[in-house]
Design a protein around this ligand. Structure first.
Ligand SMILES: Nc1nc2c(c(=O)[nH]1)N[C@H]1C(S)=C(S)[C@@H](COP(=O)(O)O)O[C@H]1N2
Ligand SMILES: [Mo]
Length: 311
């Protein structure tokens, strides 16, 4: 196993990160003594490096988005609806101990500690594009492993046609859950063949480090050919089910967000076109790509489906 050490980190990354940490120090001094333990704890945790191997075959060769942008411009409604709130408030979330319930149509159901979930897996770095439905995109070096490998371990039955994922519900720490902007807990789902696709990933870190809370610590999904909201954060339950599960954004606005939510420049959002996107850190907009550029790997999953109907 390759251990990421300081010599592997490009100087540009270090710059970004020191800016990030300096900003935290600034928050610390301006917000006063009350914030001090919280800030220290977050800094210590996100500094922790993870051992991983690079998966070049599944990785994009595009320029990485800065660490500081990836960790300060977030969607995580459990901590507020604007992009800055997750970085401000997600530090309050207790991510250890953490367990995940595996249930439904599966031979090995149970409540498993995160350590036991992770133990059999070798962590990989996979550089994926993430394209938000709001038309911004980034390129992130995720650390994690294929969801397929986890699924195989728990042995779903032949009735398991879909997988549903559930985020933690803990309004005392997730202050956005004190308001009814979405139905809590946040839920998402995939068809079993989408879940088994080798691109579909459970991520526990980024940039070689433990997942920052605002990005979905301690464990989140990453589905790079779908709009960002399918990549559910802070997962506490994985259920194998027979029928298509409800999903948070579909429940909230069914005419705007379907179950599939594949990146598709040809299908407009009812309130805006999906043809273009802005890569964070770039000025000019670029054309969005079918399946976010992962057409070769995933187009077969949707063969014969009317993508205007199944959006
Ligand atoms: N539990 C939960 N997961 C979530 C969200 C959320 O609000 N709650 N937002 C989604 C959306 S809309 C996007 S674009 C991505 C953003 O991931 P990032 O903040 O790591 O870039 O997380 C997704 N996962
Ligand atoms: Mo999103």
């Amino acid at each position: 196993m390759l251990i990421k050490n300081s010599s592997d980190i490009k100087s540009s990354d270090i710059t970004d990160e020191s800016v990030y940490l300096r900003r935290r120090e600034f928050m610390q001094t301006t917000a006063g003594i009350a914030l001090l333990p919280f800030v220290k704890m977050v800094a210590a945790k996100t500094e922790e490096t993870l051992p991983y191997i690079k998966n070049a075959g599944l990785s994009s060769k595009e320029k990485l988005t800065d660490y500081s942008a990836i960790t300060t411009y977030n969607n995580f409604y459990e901590f507020g609806t604007d992009k800055e709130s997750p970085a401000k408030y997600a530090g309050r979330l207790t991510t250890s101990p953490w367990s995940i319930v595996i249930d439904g149509e599966v031979n090995k159901p149970g409540r498993y500690q995160l350590e036991d979930i992770l133990n059999p897996h070798t962590l990989e770095e996979r550089i994926y594009r993430l394209r938000c439905v709001e038309r911004w995109s980034m390129v992130v070096p995720w650390i994690g492993f294929s969801l397929a490998d986890l699924i195989k371990r728990f042995e779903p039955t032949s009735r398991a046609k879909y997988v549903q994922f559930t985020t933690l519900h803990r309004p005392a720490e997730m202050i956005g859950q004190q308001r009814g902007v979405l139905q809590w807990p946040y839920v998402e789902g995939l068809r079993i063949d989408e879940a088994m696709n080798p691109l579909t990933m459970l991520a526990v870190g980024l940039y070689g480090k433990v997942m920052p809370n605002q990005n979905g610590a301690p464990i989140r999904l990453v589905v790079p050919w779908k709009y960002g909201f399918k990549s559910i954060k802070s997962i506490v339950r994985i259920s194998f089910i027979e029928k298509e599960p409800p999903t948070s954004w579909n429940l909230s606005a069914p005419s705007e967000y379907g179950f599939y939510s594949n990146v598709n420049p040809d299908v407009d959002h009812p309130r805006w076109s999906q043809r273009k996107e802005r890569r964070i850190g770039e000025f000019l907009r670029r054309n969005s790509l079918m399946y976010n550029g992962y057409e070769e790997q995933v187009a077969h999953l949707y063969k014969g489906m009317d993508l205007k109907k199944y959006y």
